[in-house]
Design a protein around this ligand. Sequence first.
Ligand code: FAD
Length: 415
Amino acid sequence: MAELIKTDVAIVGAGIIGLAISFRLAGAGREVVVVDPNEAGSGASYGNAGTLAPYACAPVGNPDVLWNLPNLLLKADSPLTVRLAALPALVPWLSRFVWQSAPARARRNGHALAGLLKDAMPDWRALAEEARLADLLRYEGCLYYYRGKLPQKDSEWGARLRNEFGVRQEWLTSAEVARLEPALPPAAGGVFFPDAAHTVDPAVMTRRLAAAAEAKGATFERARVDRLEPQDSGRIRLICRDRTIEAHTVVLAAGAWSQSLAAPIGENIPLDTERGYHIEFAMDVCPINRPVSPVDLGFYITPMAGRLRVAGTVELSGLSAPLNQKQIAVLERGVRKLFPNLGPVQSQWLGFRPSLPDSLPVIGPSRRYPNLIHAFGHGHLGMTLAGVTSRVVVSLIERRNDVPDLFAFRPDRFG
Ligand SMILES: Cc1cc2nc3c(=O)[nH]c(=O)nc-3n(C[C@H](O)[C@H](O)[C@H](O)COP(=O)(O)OP(=O)(O)OC[C@H]3O[C@@H](n4cnc5c(N)ncnc54)[C@H](O)[C@@H]3O)c2cc1C
């Protein structure tokens, strides 16, 4: 018979979101079991660009992206691709994405994101200090680097939104970009976000966060949850192949895979994945001091421990298609435009951003099953928002009175 493990809180998924929640909950004295078939931090949290980007309040779906969509889909080396075979399955998500990109809806989504992002850095500082991760963070800001024309301050939808929500952004001349990042080729200009930070190793960060959660008393079960089984008692069972975990409260933090567990119990959440890639170049000293995004190329270049990581692009192609070498080539050609003398690519990686059509995460209890808390769908911002989301989820579970308004992030917002 399958082993039955009973616990107070079970967390499905040991990515940055599930780990941050487990650390804080265990720290609050709760009995916590984290369930994941893979090593902690081996999903999207492993290979991202590592930026903590509190400035990124512009949702992916916005009027500028909509306007540029034909160009983005057709141009060579575009940072956006859609695999034709995946298109039929993607139509519902894409239709919602287009709907959410209209000016008023995109502005509303940006407003909701900005509300979370304003706490991103203080929450990360607190988390990093408590979990002793501060040595993995660098507070050097982040640079948007414009190779061609520098847009007018007010011509870009995202820039206007950032202004409106009080995000600090400094418009730089070509000479000012060169002073910040002398190794880059001459730029038309740039935008500097002084409040951003980055981690020099997302994988080490998640592994150490897992160890810190364990040290606080959390336990880890290496198992795939096959299905959720809400009980009449209100408790929820996680059915795995060789064991069952029963918890008073379950946090669903399985990233891009969350909907496959939520759908069978009637939760209708249009989660899909924006696949992203990275390549890395081994080096002792990186040529840049902070994450740099050459905006037209659609990726970030981040200085990391012992390597330069180039991460980004969006491929709409579902969870099962294999790594696409064309996307790797797009990244490589792009970065060699800036640094032609880079050595060979040392490693390549495909990851699955968990994305909703409105670019907002799902945070909050299920309407049908109040003991099931959703914490997924952080899209391009899961690293950045891990501190905020974990604080909010712990407050929810602990029934503290500092839970912010989660209406914009409710699981049933799509009906
Ligand atoms: C190329 C790229 C660049 C990015 N850059 C940045 C950036 O610079 N800044 C930023 O803030 N964000 C960035 N992101 C986004 C960020 O990486 C994600 O939003 C974040 O990692 C999501 O974390 P997560 O914990 O929700 O999911 P994941 O890290 O994917 O973790 C989900 C976990 O759930 C587990 N799981 C799945 N199914 C089951 C199951 N049935 N049972 C049990 N466990 C299960 C998986 O094994 C996995 O460990 C980037 C993403 C990509 C792809």
